[in-house]
Every structure is written in structure tokens, then in C-alpha cells.
Design a protein around this ligand. Structure first.
Ligand code: FMN
Length: 203
């Protein structure tokens, strides 16, 4: 089949997110200006540079046209923390994707313990194997469609990185120790359990 997204796909569900898969999941903590902690998963996410390390997350529009809490808090405070979701914490991650009130702390909702960050104000998840402390770099508004406003892409610089000692083997991060979760299409997820290596061409 071929379709132009502006004309619709004619399938029971939109296949786009199933095509671009698996996608890593940023589990993002922020603080509101009132000091309320917020935590939510974002799979429109990736690393975009490594010197200095930079990453992006994209916040989709909601019917009310209000900013999601994560976007609002990052624009208000300029700081956020991105965690990688281990397979063992998948249910807690899912709990934090609920559309709770701005004053609702998703750490508490999901029963997650907070740990202080080192360089930024938002707390991190104490039990997460990896946490990246970020400062907002730039915000890019994407075009909307059918009269609905577009997504907002946040680029951030990673200014501090926590790695649990248990995730390091011989000085290398061993993802098979925590099995990071990734998003597929529809309601599907996958996790990393197997690795293989490739040598790059020497030319
Ligand atoms: C695995 C997963 C990935 C998600 N990825 C995104 C995303 O990339 N962008 C987005 O706007 N919402 C995404 N969502 C939905 C948000 O997590 C959800 O709207 C949440 O309520 C936002 O919380 P906040 O208002 O506290 O930021 C995702 C949900 C799940 C379960």
C-alpha cells in the first residue's frame, strides 16, 4: 500500500509509530514552579549529539490545547532529568503516563522513591539504573494539522549522568543487566536482552 498521511491511511490504526520502532523511552522528571514533582514517559525521544551530549523529546498536543506538564515545567524552569526505563519498572512507567492534574506528583502515584539530583532541581528516580540531568537548550514548534496545533520539540544538554554501579561491567554499561524498555507501535513494547557487535569499515 501507499498513502499520503494528509489523506489518511485507511487502516484500523495509524501505522506510523509501528514503522519507526523500537523507540527508546525517556522517563522525564521535572518540577513545577510551585515545587511539585512530575514524571512521564516520552518515546518521541533520542540522543542527537554527544559532544556535548544533547537529547530531544517531543510533546504532542492535547485536545485542551494546554501544554503537557513536562513541557510546561521545562519551559518554566529550564531543567529536567531523563531516565532509562528498566523492564522491571514497566508498570510504574505506565502509571506515570496517566493524564493527572498538574499538582499531582507521579512519583507518589507510582510508588517511586526520589533521590536528589546533583546539578538540577528536579529529583531523579532513586532506583533507575541511569539518570541524565539536563538543561533546556531550545524549543522548536512543529507544524500542526487539521486546525490542531503541532508538537513541541525540546532539545536539552545533558550536564550530569548517574549510572548505577550494578549496570557497569568492566567499565562498560551492560544493558542486559537492566533490560531497557522500548516502544513499538500500538500497545506493544520490547526490551533489550540480546546483543551482537559489528566492526565498522576501516576506510
Ligand atoms: C511509552 C509511552 C511513551 C509516550 N511518549 C510520548 C511522547 O513522545 N510524546 C507525548 O507527548 N506523549 C507521550 N506519551 C504520553 C504521555 O506520557 C502522557 O500524555 C502523560 O500524561 C504526559 O504527562 P505530563 O503531562 O505529566 O507531561 C507516552 C506514553 C507512553 C506510555
Amino acid at each position: 500500500m501507499f498513502y499520503e498521511p494528509k489523506d489518511g491511511h485507511g487502516l484500523p490504526h495509524n501505522p506510523f509509530k509501528a514503522i519507526v520502532a523500537p523507540r527508546p523511552i525517556a522517563w522525564v522528571s521535572t518540577l513545577s514552579t510551585d515545587g511539585v514533582a512530575n514524571l512521564a514517559p516520552y518515546s518521541f525521544f533520542n540522543a542527537v549529539a554527544d559532544a556535548p551530549p544533547m537529547l530531544m523529546i517531543s510533546s504532542s498536543p492535547v485536545p485542551s490545547n494546554e501544554d503537557k506538564d513536562t513541557l510546561r515545567n521545562i519551559l518554566d524552569t529550564g531543567e529536567f532529568v531523563v531516565h532509562v526505563v528498566p523492564h522491571a519498572m514497566r508498570d510504574a512507567m505506565n502509571v506515570t503516563s496517566g493524564g493527572y492534574d498538574h499538582n499531582d506528583d507521579e512519583f507518589r502515584r507510582a510508588g517511586l522513591e526520589k533521590a536528589p539530583s546533583t546539578l538540577v532541581a528536579p529529583p531523579r528516580i532513586a532506583d533507575a539504573p541511569v539518570a541524565m540531568e539536563c538543561r533546556h537548550h531550545v524549543n522548536l514548534g512543529l507544524p500542526g494539522q487539521d486546525g490542531v496545533r503541532g508538537s513541541h520539540v525540546i532539545f536539552g544538554e545533558v550536564v550530569g549522568i548517574h549510572i548505577a554501579d550494578a549496570a557497569l561491567v568492566d567499565g562498560m554499561l551492560d544493558v542486559t543487566r537492566y533490560n531497557p524498555l522500548a516502544r513499538l507501535g500500538y500497545k506493544d513494547y520490547t526490551t533489550v536482552r540480546e546483543l551482537f557487535a559489528l566492526d565498522r569499515p576501516k576506510v
